[in-house]
Design a protein around this ligand. Structure first.
Ligand code: MEV
Length: 307
């Protein structure tokens, strides 16, 4: 049984989504493939599984009730710890393949819920944004209130998130990966410390929420100029929250010579930026010239699927 799931970019609202503000995330054309075949014992990519190295796959097998003997092969074009959702895509693809092996198929909502269980238990993930995007594909609006085009609702403790489908036009983004691995859990904890003691930080979080809501229509209309402005405003807020990095700023500056807008995507503190541009080749070269790794990615595309 082979399943695949896409990586993601957060277009607007990372970090603020942890405090109940809306966020918009989209699938990208980089994917993780997970193949499961029955076997006498468990191997992952030819190795005996190790708790530290294979945490996501092991947890995904557990929550989806997979049989004990399996030969598992994973392949991914998403760089790890880059802010592009590699752990969510491996969790979601493994859950889907395992459910399909047991029951012949899977329900996306169940995969999204179990995928979030995996990320939550491995890294104390603050919101189900990444796992729901890897499941649904296309783009999603995450919010604490129900809006049109509801996909599913995920609750945990006191928190409830409503996931909605958003239609994205054909847009190409350039991702600039700093090569600096960053821990989502650490960055979320850093922002939390700031938000807890500063009412200014809480205002910044609310401003990110306003920017996200203002971005829905331009995104659906493909209004790159407006989207670019909003991306830059969102990026200023993220920098104030302390999730920037000198390498990210260098890539931003280089990308902006050819782009409508650019911003940190995901947890920050390393990881990646995204740039919205009509000149992807030039933007890619500009990012590479300042030492980043650049990927041209298409927004949207299919979510988790069986092959
Ligand atoms: C990371 O991709 C997004 C954060 O908002 C954390 C989360 O939502 O779980 C930083």
């Amino acid at each position: 049984m082979i399943a695949s799931a896409p990586g993601k970019v957060i277009l607007f609202g990372e970090h603020a989504v942890v405090y109940g503000e809306p966020a918009i995330a989209a699938a990208i054309s980089l994917r993780t493939y997970v193949s499961l075949s029955r076997s006498s014992h468990l191997t992952i990519n030819g190795h005996v599984p190790e708790e530290g190295r294979h945490r996501y796959v092991l947890k995904a097998l557990e929550v989806s009730g997979a049989p004990r003997g399996l030969e598992i092969i994973t392949r991914s074009s998403i760089p790890p710890a880059s802010g592009l959702g590699s752990s969510a895509s491996v969790s979601v693809a493994t859950v889907a393949a395992s459910l399909a092996l047991r029951k012949g198929n899977f329900e996306p909502e169940e995969v999204a819920r179990l995928g979030f269980e995996v990320e939550h238990s491995v890294q104390g993930r603050a919101s189900p944004t990444d796992t729901s995007t890897a499941t649904h594909g296309h783009a999603i609006l995450v919010d604490r209130v129900e809006r049109r085009n509801l996909l599913w609702r995920i609750a945990r403790g006191e928190s409830v998130w409503y996931m909605h489908h958003i239609e994205v036009p054909d847009l190409t983004l350039v991702v600039g990966y700093s090569g600096i691995r960053s821990s989502t859990a650490e960055m979320v904890a850093k922002v939390r410390r700031f938000v807890e003691w500063s009412s200014f930080a809480r205002d910044v979080i609310r401003e990110i929420g306003r920017i996200t809501l203002a971005a829905i229509k331009p995104l659906e209309d493909g209004d790159c100029k407006k989207l670019g402005e909003l991306m830059l405003r969102n990026n200023r807020c993220l920098t104030i929250l302390g999730v920037g990095h000198p390498t990210l700023s260098r890539m931003m500056e280089a990308a902006m010579k050819h782009s409508y807008g650019a911003k940190i995507t995901g947890a920050g503190g390393g990881g990646s930026i995204i740039a919205l541009t009509d000149s992807p080749e030039e933007t890619k070269r500009a990012i590479e010239d300042v030492g980043g790794k650049a990927y041209m990615v298409k927004l949207g595309g299919e979510g988790v699927m069986l092959h």
